[in-house]
Design a protein around this ligand. Sequence first.
Ligand code: SF4
Length: 449
Amino acid sequence: MDSTILQRYDRRVPRYTSYPTAPHFHSGIGADTYSRWLAAIGDQSPLSLYFHVPFCHEMCWYCGCHTKIVRRYEPIGGYAATLADEVKLIGSAITARPPVTHMHWGGGTPTILSVEDFTRIMNTIRGSFLVAPDAEIAVEMDPRTVTQEMIAGLAKAGMTRASLGVQDFTERVQTAINRIQPYEMTARVVGWLRDAGISGVNFDLMYGLPHQTVEDVRRSADLTAELKADRVAVFGYAHVPWMKTHQRMIPEDALPDGTERFEQAEAAAMRLVENGYRRIGLDHFALPGDAMVEALDAGQLHRNFQGYTTDQAQALIGFGASSIGALPQGYVQNAVPLRAWADAVRHGRPAVDKGIALSDEDRLRRAVIERLMCDLRVDLSAECRRYNESARHFAAELQSLQPMAEDGLVIIDDDRIEITEVGQPLMRTVCAVFDTYLASGAGRHSRAV
Ligand code: SF4
């Protein structure tokens, strides 16, 4: 890509895992509204559950998650007990019995929980919700601390997919991000997962890390393919030290510049594709035959807070401090401070302390952004018809996209927009044209590449 084009469009824009995005959530949405939204859930629409475990053994300097470093098990055990209470509390607020088709455990490090606590919470979930027999149960794990016994225990409790943080296999980069994880360690964990019958293995890789080179990224992509991870996400490191103060440990002069970041992102993508992966949306890759590839081909790929998903559920319920939920009426977020979250649950009320209700205008714009992020194309007339709007509704946006069309990032054919191969790395900038909240300036975002 021409460097002037890259400079022109590599803006700070949201990742669009939701629309409106989290910086626009406000305190006007709380426990009462959330309780009403939960009560309106029906029997038919499948449910998705997310569990946040905000603890880790050691801080990785690049980390952008809500987590806390702990050395003792006591706070973790206490958190697990409250999480089980929250499951019962929210389960009783949903009077219908829709099937739960997806569960995702994220963090932090969910595998910091003992197998006993994980199993206990899973049993509580099965007692409070109707978990579908073929539900996908995905668990993020830290290969540096997970053991073979733990994996066997998690598989026994129902885990069907594991997501491994890898980032980069190069020791120089691992040292700079305070995450030493040799290739052999990751390979051993993948072997344990396969032995335990876990068919779904995801890897998270990163580019834009300190001291990282294009060659490092290519090698990490090759080793990932060697280990046959079914799905791979390649995220750009977001340097936001004003929000995540531990990122100050990362020397800014060791960070690649915008052009280098772009070259790294494209090198990872090309090498994964050469190794047989299909490129999906902004940053995902999957082997042929994977459910994510099938969802992409069927136009049924979706985007939620975990990134791209095959999940078709209309409602995502979040559990744990800082977790975000998405319901047909809007988004909610639990209190971030552990004490505020635990106090709310102890007092028998949902720990939601902010959110946003969706208007039809939001839903329409969300649909347009989701199709662009997933399919790289959208038919504005078709989306507008679903919301009783004429495609003229987006006349100003089509006008704003003209320079991008002239620069080869998008093709505009009447009311249809298609993001080109050249424009694919900059798709967040294309989507931002449809974001009416962005101009308010709330939130500072990472760069598009
Ligand atoms: S293990 Fe993950 S959540 Fe924990 S500090 Fe490292 S990057 Fe953050």
